[in-house]
Write a protein that binds this ligand. Structure first.
Ligand code: IMP
Length: 434
């Protein structure tokens, strides 16, 4: 039975929420392997917009099991806000949502450290989502993190919080000129979260292996995107986790040989929030049109997204580092009536033509995209239910994206609704999706 990894191939916000929701019907278990509530997965369900930050989007499909893996960092307050909202809407989470007992927690002081560190960076700030993600992963790697299992034992929790605050409060005071945190308050708060978390905690690696042993299919849900991956992204303007397909294995405790296929989600154009390079960014009226029509404002922070042409170099790179078997192209409808369309096929980096993403992308003096023009189309792709119903120019545009990226396209999404999905012919999707 196939297990599939779904990853973002750009800088996040590719529309993964909708695709996970669509795929969730065909899989039994949906498991998140990295990131935290910095993600914002938007799903339009019965005309109602649902934004999920931490809980896998599969929760919206009755009967599906959802897992938050050890590679995710969990802010318990954010998690229970989401759980409470889902339960209020009649969407059950008990007995079908599991949080890894090894997942690291985001603590209040992580927010303080993040604020201080972003402020100190000044004009070089990363433009984070301010959710404490980076400092939580920092603690994990520094071996001073507090894991979900720790907060179900008050003594363990108290010992670790006190030890950490001994250092953190000094750091906040001396380096960042920020107020200290009170250990007792945090211990109280997190003991409370521990009591609530207890019924959701599990060794999620065991649960996944049991599911696989029973022949159930797993969808591994990535958050953020390839170019925000801590290793493969536009470092240092990245998030602090492994958003690429390689993160599945360490972030969930499953062997890499259990990932049977990789599906890359890409927008028909490019967007980015926060700082860092984005070679195809448009600061003109086309960029504004993409933002307006595509409603390109952050699902988590509400920040306006930077918008630009499809970046074939970034896409090719994503295909390689993730091993993408098939692409899903989202928001094709946003390109309705833009003529001509442009696809970036290479960069000129400090005067030298570059077919691949350069490692020095954040320090190069000039990066000029090399474009190819494609004719736009008259009318709209909205409402089409098969590729034959697309204008010929839209089909040609998709074909060129596939060629430049080196990945076949399995689905083109042409609207926000669940039903706005067009299956493309001759793609490997049939083999990858049960
Ligand atoms: P952090 O993940 O909050 O540390 O932010 C690091 C960078 O990743 C910032 O540029 C954020 O805007 C970006 N980022 C984090 N999560 C997302 C996401 O889900 N979509 C898009 N950008 C994100």
């Amino acid at each position: 039975m196939p297990n599939l990894a779904l990853v973002g191939t750009q800088w996040g916000d590719e529309g993964k929420g909708k695709i996970v929701d669509w795929l969730a019907e065909r899989f039994d278990v949906i498991a998140r392997y990295q990131g935290g509530n910095n993600a914002g997965h938007t799903v339009i369900y019965d005309g109602v917009k649902q934004v999920l930050h931490l809980v896998p989007s599969g929760i919206l499909r009755p009967g599906k099991e959802c897992i938050i893996g050890n590679g995710v960092v969990v802010d318990p307050e954010a998690l229970f806000k989401e759980i409470d909202r889902l339960e209020e809407q009649g969407i059950a989470t008990r007995g079908r949502l599991w949080v890894s007992d090894r997942a690291h927690l985001i603590l209040p002081y992580h927010h303080g450290i993040e604020l201080g560190s972003e402020q100190r960076r000044g004009e070089h700030a990363i433009g984070t989502t301010s959710r404490g993600i980076g400092p939580a992963y920092q603690d994990k790697m520094a071996r001073s993190g507090i894991r979900a299992i720790d907060c179900v034992d008050r003594d363990v929790l108290a010992r670790k919080v006190r030890a950490n605050l001994g250092v953190v409060n000094d750091l906040l005071h001396h380096l960042y000129d920020r107020p200290p945190f009170d250990a007792d308050e945090i211990i109280e708060q997190y003991t409370h979260w521990g009591e609530r978390l207890a019924e959701y905690l599990a060794d999620t690696s065991v649960r996944l292996h049991t599911a696989m042993g029973e022949g159930r299919n797993i969808l591994f849900e990535g958050a953020q995107g390839t170019h925000l991956d801590v290793d493969h992204g536009t470092y240092p303007f990245v998030t602090s986790s492994s958003a690429t397909a390689g993160g599945v294995s360490s972030g969930l405790g499953v062997g890499p040989n259990r990932v049977d296929g990789v599906l890359g989600v890409t927008k028909a154009y490019t967007t980015r929030v926060g700082s860092g390079p984005m070679p195809t960014q448009l600061d003109d009226e086309v960029g504004q049109q993409l933002r307006d029509v595509g409603q390109e404002y952050g699902a988590t922070t509400g920040r306006p997204r930077r918008c630009g042409w499809f970046d074939g170099v970034a896409a090719r790179y994503a295909v390689r580092v993730n091993g993408c078997d098939v692409f899903v192209v989202t928001k094709l409808d946003v390109l309705d009536s833009i003529d001509p369309l442009r696809i970036c096929v290479a960069y000129e980096v400090d005067g030298v033509r570059c077919e691949e993403m350069p490692a020095n992308i954040t320090s190069a003096t000039t990066i000029t995209p090399i474009y190819e023009d494609c004719p736009g189309w008259e009318g709209s792709v909205i409402g089409a239910r098969s590729p034959e119903e697309f204008p010929a120019e839209a089909r040609a545009y998709l074909a060129r994206i596939a060629e430049v990226s080196g990945c076949p396209i399995g689905i083109a999404s042409n609207g926000a609704d669940r039903e706005a999905i067009v299956m493309m012919p001759d793609s490997p999707l049939d083999v990858l999706v049960p």
